[in-house]
Design a protein around this ligand. Structure first.
Ligand code: ADP
Ligand code: ASP
Ligand code: MG
Length: 404
């Protein structure tokens, strides 16, 4: 008998028939004697619809109220699954984030889990209940509802698995595992039987939304046995392994992309000590994450400063950019939402040269212009025009010999 945490994503609970299929799958494990904790996402499209509604009500919807709103998506599916299981005569109970004592910090819309009590979950398991928990949501120390950022129900699942010391955490989704690139974009992508936490972290942070990045951080930190599998088949899936040193280390193991970022440029910024701090302190204070930063010096002595933020933060970041620009005497602020970031990742890159030049050549061969570049030990990212992202992924997948 094992304690199994299973998480089902939006497409897996998209309609009543699929929720019934989830109930059957969960019931099967329960019948085998396993203790079951099930974490759910909102039905596919629901979170987007709720955000759309909020944007109709206010230009910059209040973030506290946004979380109260968004949490309803997962509240719905948790209740629907629990009542389905009960109608099948299984002992089940749904819990919202706060009832499962998922405690977070106070960053609305992008809260981080600070602690999980899980007392109630333990009690319910001990009484042989199937516990269904609404993913993506928690509560801050003042009793406010918070959400964990888009895709955050993966993190709910792994964090709850860690808190319960579960035997495994399975993420059920609409693809049958982690691939070398998004299989919906790159037909030649290959499914991986195993992926190291390190590579998965990198891929998740660069746009492979198959796992929310913080779920991988939790798995790594708390050694949670983590699997990605399909809700629509019995296939094995991908194991996310913690520190398996026998694994093959190809130079490039994955290609990812994201259209989630936007670019902001402050033009003709005075070139003085302390200016960068003046620009980025207010951005950070308002909880906006900055990804890439580029500064070029003009012949005239001033600099142009370009940085990227999440599209969801773009309007706020532009507002802040305009204020800062006035304060420091920059010439103008420009924004561009039509960009994509394409990245190649691989632990083998640490000990290989020539990866960047190969990447640039492959993009050039497709006539794709590179707007920004950033690198780390195990990754190279290029910002390109949004419409070229998919072509870039396929070209790089082929260039680095990853095609199936
Ligand atoms: P869920 O709603 O189940 O959480 P998501 O849409 O968040 O599902 O994540 C699954 C999607 O992730 C897939 O449909 C696929 O398009 C995308 N994806 C991106 N990169 C990868 C990758 N490297 N391997 C597998 N899927 C990927
Ligand atoms: N429903 C939330 C979202 O769409 C959380 C999740 O699905 O993981 O982002
Ligand atoms: Mg997801």
């Amino acid at each position: 008998m094992a304690l199994v945490v299973q998480k089902f994503g939006g497409t897996s609970v998209a309609n009543p028939e699929r929720i019934r299929n989830v109930a059957k799958r969960v019931a099967k494990y329960f019948d085998q004697g396993d203790d079951m904790v099930v974490i759910l996402s909102a039905m596919a499209g629901v979170t987007d619809n709720l955000i759309g509604l909020a944007n109709e009500m206010a230009e910059l919807p209040d973030r506290r109220e946004m979380d109260v709103l968004l949490a309803t998506g997962e509240q719905t599916t948790a209740a629907l699954l629990a009542m389905t299981l009960k109608s099948m005569n299984y002992p089940a109970m749904s819990l919202l984030g706060f009832q499962a004592e998922v405690m977070t910090d106070c960053t609305y819309c992008n809260a981080r889990i600070v602690d999980i009590g899980a007392e109630r979950i333990r009690e319910l398991i001990a009484e042989r209940n199937i516990v269904v928990v609404a993913g993506f949501q928690g509560m801050d120390r003042n009793g406010n509802i918070t959400t964990l950022g888009r895709g955050g129900s993966d993190t709910s699942a792994v964090a709850i698995a860690a808190a319960l010391n579960a035997d495994k955490c399975e993420i059920f989704t609409d693809v049958d595992g982690v691939y070398t690139a998004d299989p919906n974009v790159c037909g030649k992508a290959r499914k991986l039987d195993k992926i190291s936490c390190e590579e998965m972290l990198e891929m998740a942070s660069l746009g492979a939304k198959v796992l929310h990045i913080r779920s991988v951080e939790f798995a790594l930190k708390h050694s949670v046995p983590l699997y990605v599998r399909s809700s629509f088949s019995e296939e094995e899936g991908t194991m996310v392994v913690n520190g398996d040193h026998d694994m093959e280390r190809p130079v490039v193991s994955g290609v990812t992309y994201t259209k989630n970022e936007a670019r902001i440029t402050l033009k003709k910024v005075p070139d003085q000590p302390g200016i960068a701090a003046k620009i980025f302190a207010p951005v950070a204070e308002s909880g906006i994450n900055v990804d890439m930063i580029i500064q070029n010096t003009r012949a005239s002595g001033e600099t142009d400063l370009t940085f990227t933020v999440l599209k969801g933060d773009f309007k706020r970041a532009m507002d802040i950019g305009r204020q800062i620009s006035e304060n420091i005497g920059a010439e103008e602020v420009m924004g561009d939402e039509n960009i994509a970031k394409v990245s190649v990742t691989g632990i083998g890159m640490k000990s290989h040269t020539g990866v960047a030049s190969k990447m640039f050549s492959a993009l050039a061969a497709e006539n794709i212009n590179i707007i920004m570049i950033s690198t780390s030990e195990i990754r190279i990212s290029c910002v390109v025009e949004e419409g070229k992202a998919e072509l870039a992924v396929r070209a790089l997948h082929t260039a680095f010999g990853l095609d199936a």
